[in-house]
Structure formats: C-alpha cells, structure tokens
Ligand binder design. Structure first.
Ligand code: TXA
Ligand code: MG
Length: 309
C-alpha cells in the first residue's frame, strides 16, 4: 500500500525513504507537499520530474527549528529572526540568501533559499526523525490545484513517489505566505495563510508587493496556477443553473455554500474546487468575495485559477 495512515511506524518508514533520497507525500497545515531531502541534488531532480515542474521554479525547504533554518542561510537578517519567532511554526515562508548546504537544484540556481517551519505534527516529526531539511512543493502536478486531502492527489503523481502519508485534511487549506527578506526592502512574493498585515505589524514597516511588470523574483508565480480543469469565472451572484461557489443557499447539488470568514473560506476553497471539478463542468462560477485586505490570498488564488492560458 502506498497511501498509509501517518502513524508512528509509517513515520519511521517515511524517514528511512527520505534518508535514501526517496519521495514522500506528507501533510502540512497548509496543503500536502511532496517531500525529499533538500540537500540531495539527485532527489531534488527526481522531485521536479515527478511534479512535471520546470527546474527554474525553486522549492521551499521545511525545517523543525530556527537553528536548522539558520544553517541553510548565509545571512539571517533581523527581520527573519523577528518573523520566525512570531509566526513559526506556521504558514509563513522566508526567502533569505542561501548557504552552501543548499544545492543549486533546490534553489533553481538562485542565490537565495525559501524556508518554512510547518505547523503540523506529522511534518515536524518526519523532519526530526529523518534528521533532514525537506524540500516540499505542493503535491499537485504543475499548475494544477493544490491538494488539501489525500483524495485530491493526482494518481500520476502518486505513481511517481515512494509513499503517501495520510494525515487527514489540512487546516489552513491555502499555501504559505512567501516573503523575500534577501533584499533591503521586504517584499511579498505570494499572499497565503498568514495575512500581510500580521507581518507588517511585527516588522514595524510596510511590505512591498510584487511589481506586476518587474523581474520574476519568484519564478513560480505564473499567472495561471492553482487551476481546476474546468474554466473558472468570477461573478457577482450565481445563476440557478450554474456550477460553482456561492455565499447564499445552494440552489442545486452543483453549488457549494462557502464560509463568509476569509480564513474559513480559504480552508474550504481547494476542497470545493476539487469536488466541483470532478463533476466535469466546462466552467466553475465563483461569487466574488469582498475586496478587503483579509481576502488577499483568496483573491490571488481565484485570479490565477481564472486566468486563461
Ligand atoms: O504552504 C506551502 O508553502 C506549501 C507546503 C507544502 O509547505 N508549499 C508550496 O510550495 O506551496 P510550492 O513549491 O508549490 O511553492 C513555492 C513558492 C513558489 O512560488 C516559488 O517560486 C517560491 O515559493 N520560492 C521558492 N524558493 C524561492 C526563492 N529562493 N526565491 C523566491 N521565491 C521562491
Ligand atoms: Mg504549488
């Protein structure tokens, strides 16, 4: 059996596989990730291949302690220390200059590395048991919806990994917030599970956004991303006949009522889209959420998912 419960015995098994350079799908509090030893260049190459991901798109490295993170960084700025202390473990990824411990493959040739301490007992336990920093991109095929439950996993990806640990559904449900601290001005590269305002509060300064026409600081941030197979269209209100996500009472089995709180909405979003996508509609209609800062990450995912190729 490749998909197994994340119990103690299977955690040991997963750690042994990872130490030998294998690939294991693991739960985190944000989304499921496909993990390998971040310091093993050939394991990392296998991971890119399994995901069908261009090798120009760098990986997030997962750690269990701040000390472990510091070893992977050549510079650990004050902002990194402040944010790590305030929000780790949690849905926040810090981009800093990388140390020689991180192979070029993991960082897609950049001189930086993205680091995160996941707030999930299984993820933390595997990192500790394996004694490794783990590179773990979301466990979806390139450009598709991220999985928040093992049922969402693409069989093609499952085929290419050595083990899948089932840890139930991911509580946050949307990927981590990525912030670049490798330059003088902190920059938000990807809105996510931790609100920008929280970061600004701890840093005591505003955080710049990614300039839309600037150089691709975060090479993975293609406009089309997180996409279901169906087309996704934003609307004000769903029609009776439309398949999609609504804030009102659903009018058919093809409509899902979404929570009004942004964090609860984010936690339910990918699961709802995975569910509707299985019905094979040509279009999934989504009622636009409020245009408020707390909805930034949800808006980001909806806009990317509705971008045509
Ligand atoms: O919540 C998450 O972050 C999940 C779970 C599994 O931890 N992981 C995840 O990884 O979303 P992935 O590979 O799907 O997204 C990583 C993002 C990409 O947008 C990538 O471009 C950016 O982080 N990134 C990674 N390393 C970077 C670097 N050195 N500089 C700039 N951006 C980087
Ligand atoms: Mg991803």
């Amino acid at each position: 059996m490749k998909v197994v419960p994340a119990d103690e015995r299977n955690l040991e098994r997963a750690a042994a596989i990872l130490r030998k350079g294998g690939l294991v799908i693991i739960p985190t509090e944000t989304v499921y990730g496909v993990a390998c030893d971040a310091t093993n260049a050939s394991a990392v190459r296998r991971l890119y291949e399994a995901k069908g991901r261009p090798t120009s798109n760098p990986l997030i490295v997962h750690v269990a302690t701040i000390q472990q993170a510091k070893k992977l960084a050549s510079r650990w700025p004050k902002g990194a220390e402040l944010l790590a202390r305030a929000f780790w473990p949690g849905p926040l990824t810090l981009v800093v200059k990388r140390s020689v411990e991180v192979p070029a493959e993991t960082a897609a040739g950049l001189d930086t590395v993205a680091l995160r301490m996941p707030n999930h007992p299984v993820a933390q336990e595997i990192i500790r048991t394996a004694g490794l920093a783990l590179a773990a991109p979301s466990a979806n095929r390139y450009m598709r919806l991220s999985p928040t439950r093992v049922e969402h996993l693409d069989p093609k990806l499952v085929n290419k990994v050595d083990l899948v640990l089932d840890g139930g559904s991911c509580g946050v449900g949307i990927e981590s917030t990525v912030i670049d601290l490798s330059t003088a001005v902190p920059r938000l590269l990807r809105p996510g599970g931790l609100e920008r305002q929280e970061i600004e509060r701890v840093l005591g300064r505003m955080v710049a956004g990614t300039p839309p026409d600037g150089p691709a600081r975060s090479p993975g941030m293609n406009n089309r991303h997180y996409a279901p197979r169906a087309r996704l269209r934003l609307v004000d209100v769903l029609d009776e006949a439309q398949t999609g996500l609504t804030f009102d009472e659903p009018q058919s089995a093809k409509q899902i009522k979404m929570p009004e709180h942004p964090q609860a909405y984010a936690a339910a979003l990918f699961d709802a889209l995975h569910f509707l996508d299985k019905l094979k509609p040509s279009t999934i209609f989504v009622e636009s959420p409020p245009e408020e800062p707390a909805w930034e990450a949800v808006w980001d995912r909806l806009k990317r998912a509705s971008t045509e190729l």
